[in-house]
Design a protein around this ligand. Structure first.
Ligand code: AMP
Length: 239
C-alpha cells in the first residue's frame, strides 16, 4: 500500500514538473522584426490613408514583431483571453504614433493596426514578452538599426530609381552584420518596389541574429525605391 501511494506521489510530481516546464518554455524559435517603407505601401492601386496625427516621416516604420519557427511557419492568434489594451502601453503612445504609423484606410489613430499585430503575433510570444514589453521591444529594436541611414550611406535613396536587391542587402549587412530578408509590392504600373525589411531577432527579442529562414519574397533582382515626399494629395487618400 505504501509503495503504491509513493508511486502515485512520484507520478503526480513528474506530471507537475512537465506542466511547469512546458508552460514556461518559449513556443517559437525567433522573431522577424519587420519595417516598412511608407512610400511603397502608399504607392499602389489601393493607395493609403495617413494617420489622424498627420503624414508620417519619410522613414521606415514598424510593421511588426513576429514570432516564427525555424521551418518558416509561424504561430498566430495564440491567446484570445489576452486582447490588446491600449492602457497598458499609454507611456509608449508618442513613440508608437511616430514609429509605428498606421497607413490603412479609412484613416485612424493606429489602435486598430496595433491591436491586430498584438492579437495575431504578440499573443504568441507572451511566454517571453507581455503586452508592454512586446511593443517596447519592437520600438527599441528600431532604435538599434537605422535602415534608411544604412541605405543612404550606400547611395541608395528613395528617389524613384531602381536598385539591385543585392546592393540593398549588402548595405544593410554592412550596418547590422546580418543579411536581411526583403519583401516587395507593386506600384500602379506593375513595377516591383522595396516594401519591407525583415531582420531576425533571437527569441528574447534583444539580439539581431542571422535568419534561420527567409520569408518567400516577391522581389525581382532590381527594385524601385519610391519617394515618400512627392506624393500629392491626389496620390494619397486623406479622409
Ligand atoms: P500581418 O497580418 O501582421 O502579416 O499584417 C498584414 C496586415 O497588416 C494587412 O491587413 C495589412 O493591410 C496591414 N498593414 C500592413 N502595414 C500596415 C500599415 N502601415 N498600417 C495599417 N495596416 C497595415
Amino acid at each position: 500500500m505504501k509503495t503504491h501511494s509513493s508511486l502515485c506521489f512520484l507520478l503526480l510530481a513528474l506530471h507537475l514538473l512537465i506542466v511547469l516546464v512546458s508552460s514556461s518554455a518559449k513556443d517559437f524559435d525567433f522573431f522577424y522584426f519587420v519595417q516598412q517603407w511608407p512610400g511603397s505601401y502608399c504607392d499602389t492601386k489601393r493607395s493609403c490613408c495617413y494617420p489622424v496625427t498627420g503624414k508620417p516621416d519619410a522613414d521606415f516604420g514598424i510593421h511588426g514583431l513576429w514570432p516564427n519557427y525555424n521551418d518558416g511557419s509561424y504561430p498566430s492568434n495564440c491567446d484570445p483571453d489576452s486582447p490588446f489594451d491600449s492602457r497598458k502601453i499609454k507611456d509608449l503612445m508618442p513613440q508608437m504614433k511616430e514609429n509605428w504609423p498606421t497607413l490603412a484606410c479609412p484613416r485612424g489613430d493606429g489602435l486598430k493596426f496595433w491591436a491586430h499585430e498584438w492579437d495575431k503575433h504578440g499573443t504568441c510570444s507572451e511566454s517571453v514578452l507581455d503586452q508592454h514589453s512586446y511593443f517596447e521591444t519592437a520600438l527599441n529594436l528600431q532604435k538599434k538599426v537605422n535602415i534608411l541611414t544604412a541605405l543612404l550611406n550606400a547611395g541608395i535613396e528613395p528617389d524613384g530609381r531602381f536598385y539591385s536587391l543585392t546592393s540593398i542587402k549588402n548595405a544593410i549587412k554592412l550596418a547590422t552584420g546580418i543579411t536581411p530578408g526583403i519583401e516587395c509590392n507593386r506600384d500602379e504600373s506593375g513595377n516591383t518596389q522595396l516594401l519591407e525589411i525583415y531582420l531576425c531577432v533571437d527569441s528574447s527579442g534583444q539580439e539581431i541574429i542571422e535568419c534561420p529562414v527567409y520569408p518567400r519574397s516577391r522581389c525581382t533582382s532590381r527594385v524601385e525605391f519610391p519617394s515618400f515626399e512627392d506624393l500629392s494629395a491626389g496620390d494619397v487618400t486623406e479622409m
